[in-house]
Structure formats: structure tokens, C-alpha cells
Design a protein around this ligand. Structure first.
Ligand SMILES: Cc1cc2nc3c(=O)[nH]c(=O)nc-3n(C[C@H](O)[C@H](O)[C@H](O)COP(=O)(O)OP(=O)(O)OC[C@H]3O[C@@H](n4cnc5c(N)ncnc54)[C@H](O)[C@@H]3O)c2cc1C
Ligand code: FES
Length: 341
């Protein structure tokens, strides 16, 4: 059975099956509602239920407080309709934004290559088999089904959107990680994987503003896609990329960044080591990457920022950037939250 979901105050409605969340139904039909973690943990998809009934599902009590639930708020990534539903969206939504989504599709893919990039980050390159190409924007991500389970994991594309027959990923190996463990121990070239996407709103704004990028760990993946896309379109924008790693053995993709520096009009790469050891031969920046951003950047009012990696790094970077005059609306980010948390 399906229910009709209406988005107020716009003339937009869509169907939602009773066993799918309202957010999943919207994304499946190309309706670009806002979201973050997609599992009830961040509150980005919170909205007012104006009419009808929903089952609020498994929302974290931090993301949706009891009093908010009593006021009729729900997390659309966790809410299932129990009747036709009308949703009152936040005032700053625009109809064009809602209609700008690409419908989410499922894909079958084959493993084309997999190899370590560092001691704990691997590259995985997939060739799309069915359908054989995906339209996506640099910065977006896919979800991969962990073979033999019902679990899905989110990973950002590092290839440019022009490479539409492939999905290239940078994946951190986590202790006990369901997918990353499978990747490093069992996955082989030629194996089949199921994925769905493209998801995410962490994409480049169509402006000419100077760009500040800050990433840590596998957070390099969507930044790599953005840099590749900017290079392909001969962007003249000024780009400064701060990358945080613990030691030199955590640095990777350096040759590719050097090649991109040759293609981009104005690109500076500033790596920072937070815990250089005695064995590290290093004359670059030392400290947390956010401290280095603080030291190296002047006033940033006219810039745009793109942040990606561990949530704590992103929260700290937002604080530094805002103190330098950057408005929140000009800061875009993807927090690499774990599915299990
Ligand atoms: C929008 C988005 C995009 C993402 N893109 C990427 C990407 O491009 N590359 C990438 O590697 N990840 C990315 N992530 C994060 C990734 O989806 C999660 O980390 C995912 O849970 C990994 O799946 P797994 O099966 O390997 O580990 P899981 O089985 O999900 O997790 C294993 C355990 O590891 C723990 N854990 C989490 N972080 C750490 C850590 N730093 N050290 C030790 N333990 C830890 C967790 O608490 C969990 O208990 C993204 C997340 C989001 C939301
Ligand atoms: S996207 Fe719904 S709570 Fe994070």
C-alpha cells in the first residue's frame, strides 16, 4: 500500500510505500529533501508533520527530542507514513531546489581494481554494469550493500562525474568494519557488488568565489572528485586545500594532487601532520589541520569552504572559519559518520 506525501507550501507531492521512509521515497523520485546521516542521528531532515500520521521510527533522542515529537516534528529519514501526510517544510526551502534531484537508482557493479593507498585506506574502483552509467555531481556518495547482508555503507566518489561508467572510492579500514573488513580480506577483482545512489548535497556551488577545502583521512575522496571536476572545466578559481594526517605514512594521492596543481590556475595544497614521529622527514606544517587553517588564513568573508572527514574535525573547522568572517551558508560539509554509531 502507498500513501500520498505533500510538501507544503509547494505544489509537490509523491507516493511513499508503507515500508519505506518518507526521505527514501522522496529521493527515489528525485525530490531533493535535505538530509545528512540518513539514520536518525543528525537532525538535518527534521520537518513538521502538518496533517496525517507517521511512525517516527528509530530516531535518536538527541536528533529528535521528546518535546519536538509532541509538537509534531519528525525525522523524515526515519519516519514511515501511516496515512496520507502533509509536511510543512522550513521557510528557506525553494521549489527549484526540491525539484533539482536526480532519482536514486540501484546499480550492479564489478570490481575493476582494489589496492591499498596507505596502511589503512584502500582504493576501490568499480565498473558499472547495470545500468552502465551514473549521472552524479562531484562530492556525492553511493551506498554499497555489504555482500550477504541487508546492511549498506556510504562512500564518496573520488572520480570526476565525466567518468560516468565508474565509481572510484577511498575507503578507510575500520577495526571490525563490516564492509571495510570484507574489502580487505575477501573482495577480489571481478566480484559483483550492489550499490545505490547518487546521494548527497555536498557539491560545488556554481560561483567564482575563492575555495577553501579542509579534509582528513578518507575525506580526501569527494575533494578529489571536486578538484578533478574543477580542472576539467578549466576553473580559474583560487583553491587552497588543507589536508590533515597524523604522520607521513598517512599521506597519499600526492602525485595526483601535484598533477592537478599543474592543471588548475590557482591551487595550493597544504598538508599538516598532527603527530609527526622521529622517523618522519618533514618540513611542512605541524599541528591539527584546523590550527593550520587558523594560522594560514586571513579574513575569509568572500570565500566558500568545503569540509570533509571526521565529525570532530569538521566542527572545529566550522568554528575557525566562522571566526574569520565566513557565513555558515558558505560552508558546505560531509561528516563521515559511521553507520553503526
Ligand atoms: C555521506 C558519507 C560519506 C562517506 N564517505 C566515506 C568515504 O568516502 N570513505 C570512507 O572511508 N568512509 C566514508 N564514510 C564513512 C563510512 O560510511 C562509515 O565509516 C561506515 O560505517 C564504514 O563502514 P564499515 O562497514 O567499514 O564499518 P562499520 O561496520 O560501519 O563500523 C565499524 C566500527 O568502527 C567504528 N569506527 C568508526 N570510525 C572509527 C575510527 N576512526 N577508528 C576506529 N573505529 C572507528 C564504528 O564506531 C563502528 O563501530 C562516509 C559517511 C557518510 C555519512
Ligand atoms: S538525515 Fe535524518 S537524522 Fe540525519
Amino acid at each position: 500500500m502507498s500513501y500520498a506525501i505533500q510538501l507544503l507550501p509547494f505544489d509537490i507531492s509523491f507516493d511513499c510505500e508503507e515500508e519505506e521512509t518518507i526521505l527514501d521515497a522522496a529521493l527515489r523520485q528525485g525530490i531533493n529533501l535535505r538530509y545528512g546521516c540518513k539514520h536518525g542521528g543528525c537532525g538535518s531532515c527534521k520537518a513538521q508533520i502538518a496533517e496525517g500520521e507517521v511512525d517516527v521510527g528509530e530516531a535518536s533522542t538527541f536528533a529528535l527530542m521528546d518535546y519536538e515529537q509532541n509538537q509534531g516534528l519528525a525525522l523524515l529519514c526515519s519516519a514511515y507514513p501511516l496515512s496520507d501526510v502533509a509536511i510543512e517544510l522550513a521557510d528557506d526551502y525553494e521549489e527549484a531546489e526540491l525539484r533539482s534531484g536526480v532519482p536514486i537508482r540501484e546499480f550492479e557493479a564489478g570490481v575493476e581494481a582494489l589496492a591499498p593507498l596507505t596502511h589503512d585506506i584502500w582504493q576501490l574502483r568499480l565498473a558499472l554494469r547495470k545500468p552502465s552509467s551514473m549521472t552524479f555531481e562531484a562530492g556525492q556518495y553511493v551506498e554499497i550493500q555489504v555482500p550477504g547482508t541487508d546492511s549498506w555503507r556510504a562512500f564518496s566518489m573520488s572520480n570526476a562525474p565525466s567518468d560516468e561508467g565508474r565509481v572510484e572510492l577511498m575507503i578507510k579500514l575500520l577495526p571490525g568494519g563490516l564492509f571495510s573488513g570484507f574489502l580487505s580480506e575477501r573482495l577480489a577483482v571481478g566480484d559483483a557488488l550492489k550499490l545505490r545512489g547518487p546521494f548527497g548535497r555536498f557539491v560545488l556551488a556554481e560561483t567564482e568565489a575563492p575555495i577553501i577545502m579542509v579534509a582528513g583521512g578518507a575525506g580526501l575522496a569527494p575533494i578529489a572528485a571536486m578538484l578533478r571536476a574543477l580542472a576539467e572545466r578549466n576553473s580559474q578559481r583560487s583553491i587552497t586545500f588543507f589536508y590533515g594526517a597524523r604522520t607521513t605514512r598517512d599521506l597519499f594521492w600526492l602525485e595526483e594532487l601535484e598533477a592537478l596543481a599543474g592543471q588548475l590556475e590557482s591551487f595550493e595544497f597544504i598538508p599538516a601532520l598532527s603527530e609527526p614521529g622521529a622517523a618522519d622527514v618533514w618540513d611542512g606544517e605541524v599541528g591539527l589541520v584546523t590550527e593550520v587553517v587558523d594560522r594560514r588564513c586571513e579574513k575569509l568573508r568572500a570565500a566558500e569552504a568545503y569540509l570533509c572527514g571526521p565529525p570532530a574535525m569538521i566542527d572545529a573547522a566550522i568554528e575557525v572559519l566562522r571566526a574569520k568572517g565566513l557565513f555558515s551558508a558558505r560552508i558546505r560539509y560531509d561528516k563521515f559518520v559511521s553507520t553503526e554509531d
